[in-house]
Ligand binder design. Structure first.
Ligand SMILES: Nc1ncnc2c1ncn2[C@@H]1O[C@H](COP(=O)(O)OP(=O)(O)OP(=O)(O)O)[C@@H](O)[C@H]1O
Length: 315
């Protein structure tokens, strides 16, 4: 499939959009342009405004102020929405219909749907074709829901937390399917609470918090904002030390020259979790961008958990 080329080449265009729900300001002057074939990850804590943004792009809701265009058109219009595939956070599947029947039914709404066996194979659920959707596991339902977004050969796909609830194998399989879709030229906008997912898939990361865009940049640039490389080792007394340094080569040379005993030297760059925490909470002590402490100095340990966003970590 060829990438889309519209008036100005923009596939999704959100300009100065504000959206409220009663007293809640869900989106606060948000602007975001997504070009053809981009894979953009929307990252933000619970209630940040990610789903609201996707609902505006998909034409399910309208902004209070500002404008939203999908391939140059009003997304509330059917002509624009035929180009779109979407997997919302929660999908209701008719429990008594078989998997194959649901795919056939959804495909029936599009002029050139992907043949059902082909689509199911793409998502590794071909064995489930004759199962009633009510009998599927949560992970199987999730895979089917994402597959359904691809039925109509969309040019733009919106995925709201596509792999939540999936086991590792299910998640990896879905990542492969999303990558394949992206390689074929489809523009993908996805939200996730899994930082590793954004880091694995997205080329561009948009960080949203409290309805505002805090950062919008390439994954590399976002990681560079945190700056520095993490060098860790066990010191002479066996305690683990971690340093955030601008130049790890120079740091290691100094460490060797200083005669300090060390074991298990590890060098790694900043993680997206560190970048995210810094963006949403401000610079933490011990994680100063570009800081170059000497080998004797010790900084705070970096977060060690699996990179899953929790509300507590960000608020
Ligand atoms: N239909 C609605 N009625 C009232 N408030 C809403 C509605 N939809 C969203 N909100 C509020 O708008 C804000 C943004 O919600 P949104 O669902 O867009 O966040 P999110 O970033 O997708 O969060 P999560 O990661 O938890 O899915 C929240 O404060 C939410 O409670």
């Amino acid at each position: 499939m060829k990438p889309d080329h519209h008036d100005d080449g923009t596939v999704v265009s959100v300009t100065d959009v504000t959206r409220t729900f009663g007293d809640i300001l869900a989106l606060d002057h948000v602007s975001l342009d997504v070009g053809p074939g981009e894979l953009v990850g929307l990252l933000g804590p619970n209630g940040a405004g990610k789903s609201t943004l996707l609902s505006l792009v998909s034409g399910l809701r309208r902004p209070d102020t500002g404008s939203v265009r999908l391939l140059g058109q009003d997304p509330t219009q059917p002509a624009a929405r035929i180009t779109l595939g979407m997997t919302p956070q929660e999908t209701g599947l008719p429990a008594t219909l078989r998997v194959g029947e649901v795919v056939d039914f959804v495909g029936g709404h599009y002029p050139d749907p992907v043949p059902t066996p082909e689509l199911l194979a793409q998502f590794g659920i071909e064995d489930l074709a004759r199962r009633q959707t009510g009998s599927l596991s949560g992970g199987q339902k999730r895979r089917l829901a994402v597959a359904l977004a691809m039925t109509g050969r969309p040019r733009v796909v919106l995925l709201d937390e596509p792999t939540t609830g999936l086991d590792v194998a299910g998640r990896t399989a879905l990542w492969d399917a999303i990558r394949a879709c992206h390689r074929s030229g489809v523009t993908v906008l996805l939200t996730s609470h899994y930082l590793e997912e954004i880091q694995a898939l997205a080329e561009r990361v948009v960080v949203i918090d409290q309805g505002r865009v805090l950062a919008d940049d390439s994954l590399e640039a976002i990681l560079e904002r945190v700056g520095g490389t993490r060098v860790s080792y066990a010191g002479p007394d066996g305690t683990q030390r971690e340093h955030v340094v601008a130049d790890s080569d120079e740091f290691v040379r100094d460490l060797v020259r200083s005669g300090t005993e060390f074991k298990g030297l590890e060098i790694r760059r900043a993680s997206l979790e560190e970048a995210f925490t810094q963006l949403t909470e401000g610079t933490r002590s011990g994680a100063r961008p570009g800081a170059t402490p000497g080998p004797g100095a010790q900084t705070d340990d970096a977060p060690q958990d699996g990179g899953h966003l929790t509300e507590g970590a960000n608020r």
